[in-house]
Ligand binder design. Structure first.
Ligand SMILES: Cc1cc2nc3c(=O)[nH]c(=O)nc-3n(C[C@H](O)[C@H](O)[C@H](O)COP(=O)(O)OP(=O)(O)OC[C@H]3O[C@@H](n4cnc5c(N)ncnc54)[C@H](O)[C@@H]3O)c2cc1C
Length: 390
C-alpha cells in the first residue's frame, strides 16, 4: 500500500493558522495573482526603498509577513517553534543578497556561523542554508565561472571567499549541521558548483554535511547529477544534493536573448518536470551513497518521491530523504507529509526588509507566473474556511 498522504487534507494543512491568518494569506495570494499589480508594485517598491521613502512598514505587514520569519533571528522564534510542534524543521535562511563590500561579506559569514550554532542547539535535524553571493561579489563569481584571468587583487578577493566558505563548512562539520548551498544564476553557477564540490569532498565522509543544489529547469543538470554520482563513488564521499526546478527563469531567458546565446533552460515546463522527476528517481536508486533534499511545491513530484520510497521499502522517515518547501507556500504539502512521518523542512528566510526584496520579488513573480500555484493556495484556503464554518 502506498504511504502517499492526501495533500487536499486542509484540516491538517492549516491547523497552525487561525481563521484571521488564513484570510490574510488569501488576500496576499489574491493580490499576487495580478501580474500587472505585481510588476507595478515591484518597480514602485524598489524605487521607494532606494529613495528611502517610509514604505517599509507596509511591506513588513504584507508580503514580508507572508514569506519571512522576521528581520532578526529572535523574531523567528514563534514561527520556528510552531513548525517544530508540527514535526517540521525550520531552516533559517539569512536572505541578504547582492552585497559588494568585504565588510558585508564578513558580516554575512558571522551570521551564518551563528546560524550553524543555532541549528545545532534547537533543531532535531540541524540544517542550515546559504547563498555563495552572500559571501562573494557577483562579478568575481562571474569572472571565475568564465575562466577569465584574475588580477592579483582579485585572486586575493577570491581566496577570501574560499576562506569564508571553508570557515562555515568546517563549523558545520564540527557540529554535525547540514548546510545546503543554494544554486543561483547560470553565469555564476560554475564557480558555485566547483566550490560546493570541493567542500563536499572535504566534509562529506560517511554522511552528507554539505549539499549542492541542482536546478532542473536547466537542460544540462541531469547529466551533471550523473557525473556527481560517479565522482562521489570514485572519491569516496556521500553526495548531498538539493533538487529544485529553479527560480531565475525570466532572468535567464532574458539574458540569453539579450546576449544572443542559446538559453541554458529547458524548452518547456514539461521537460523541466521530466528531468526533476528523473533526478529524484536516480537519487532514490543510489540512496545508499546520496542524500536528497527535494525542494518543491509540486504535488506530483512530492507524491512520486513518496511512491519511490515505498517501492524501495524505505521508511517514511529515512535519514537520507528530506522534503522541503518555502515558508508561506504549500502548507498542504509540508504539514500532510510531516503528519505521515516524512522528514520535512521549510526554508524560513529572515533579514532586514530592504535586503530581502530580491527574495520577495522572486516569490511574487513565482506565484504570479505559475499557472495553478496561486489558484491552488486560494482553493485550499477557501475549502478550509468553509470546513471551519460548518
Ligand atoms: C527548499 C527549497 C529550496 C530552494 N532552493 C533554491 C535554489 O537553491 N536555487 C533556486 O534557483 N531555486 C530554489 N528554490 C526555488 C525553486 O526553484 C522554486 O520554488 C521552484 O522552481 C518552484 O517549482 P516547484 O518545484 O515548486 O514546481 P512547479 O510549481 O510545478 O514548477 C514551477 C517551476 O517550473 C519551471 N518552469 C516553469 N515554466 C517553465 C517553462 N516554460 N520552461 C521550463 N521550466 C519552466 C520554473 O523553474 C518554475 O519555477 C528552492 C525552493 C525550495 C522549496
Amino acid at each position: 500500500m502506498s504511504n502517499t498522504p492526501s495533500f487536499s487534507n486542509t484540516e491538517v494543512a492549516f491547523r497552525s493558522k487561525t481563521t484571521g491568518e488564513l484570510k490574510f494569506t488569501a488576500l496576499i495570494f489574491r493580490l499576487m495573482g495580478s501580474p500587472g499589480l505585481v510588476s507595478f508594485s515591484t518597480n514602485l517598491t524598489t524605487i521607494a526603498l532606494n529613495l528611502r521613502l517610509p514604505i517599509k512598514w507596509i511591506i513588513k505587514r504584507t508580503i514580508f509577513k507572508q514569506f519571512c520569519g522576521g528581520e532578526k533571528i529572535q523574531e523567528c522564534t514563534s514561527t520556528y517553534k510552531m513548525l517544530q510542534e508540527n514535526n517540521i524543521e525550520a531552516i533559517l535562511d539569512y536572505s541578504v543578497e547582492g552585497q559588494s563590500k568585504e565588510s558585508d561579506f564578513n558580516q554575512v559569514k558571522d551570521e551564518l556561523l551563528q546560524l550553524v550554532e543555532n541549528a545545532k542547539k534547537h533543531a532535531k535535524v540541524p540544517t542550515t542554508c546559504m547563498k555563495i553571493t552572500g559571501i562573494a561579489r557577483f562579478e568575481i563569481l562571474e569572472k571565475v565561472s568564465s575562466d577569465s584571468d584574475l588580477s592579483q587583487a582579485e585572486k586575493q578577493e577570491y581566496a577570501n571567499v574560499i576562506s569564508r566558505l571553508e570557515a562555515i563548512c568546517k563549523k558545520a562539520h564540527e557540529l554535525g549541521v547540514k548546510i545546503y548551498i543554494d544554486a543561483e544564476e547560470s553565469w555564476i553557477q560554475i564557480a558555485i558548483d566547483r566550490l560546493a564540490e570541493v567542500m563536499m569532498q572535504k566534509y562529506n565522509g560517511s554522511s552528507a554535511i554539505v549539499y549542492t543544489t541542482l536546478q532542473m529547469y536547466r537542460h544540462d543538470r541531469l547529466e551533471y547529477l550523473k557525473t556527481l554520482i560517479q565522482k562521489s563513488a570514485q572519491n569516496n564521499f556521500v553526495l548531498g544534493v538539493k533538487i529544485v526546478r529553479g527560480a531565475y527563469l525570466e532572468k535567464e531567458n532574458n539574458r540569453a536573448k539579450e546576449k544572443h546565446y542559446p538559453t541554458p533552460l529547458q524548452p518547456t515546463k514539461k521537460a523541466t518536470d521530466n528531468d526533476y522527476n528523473a533526478a529524484i528517481k536516480l537519487i532514490v536508486e543510489h540512496i545508499n551513497t546520496v542524500e536528497l533534499c527535494a525542494g518543491t511545491h509540486n504535488e506530483k513530484s512530492a507524491e512520486l518521491l513518496c511512491e519511490l520510497m515505498s517501492e524501495k521499502k524505505l521508511p517514511n522517515n529515512h535519514a537520507s530523504v528530506f522534503f522541503s518547501q518555502l515558508f508561506g507556500m504549500s502548507d498542504n504539502i509540508s504539514f500532510n507529509l510531516a503528519d505521515k512521518g516524512y522528514n520535512v523542512s521549510k526554508y524560513l528566510p529572515y533579514g532586514p526588509v530592504k535586503d530581502t526584496m530580491p527574495y520577495l520579488i522572486r516569490r511574487a513573480q513565482e506565484n504570479t507566473s505559475i499557472a495553478g500555484q496561486m489558484g491552488r493556495e486560494l482553493t485550499l484556503i477557501t475549502s478550509e474556511l468553509k470546513r471551519r464554518n460548518k
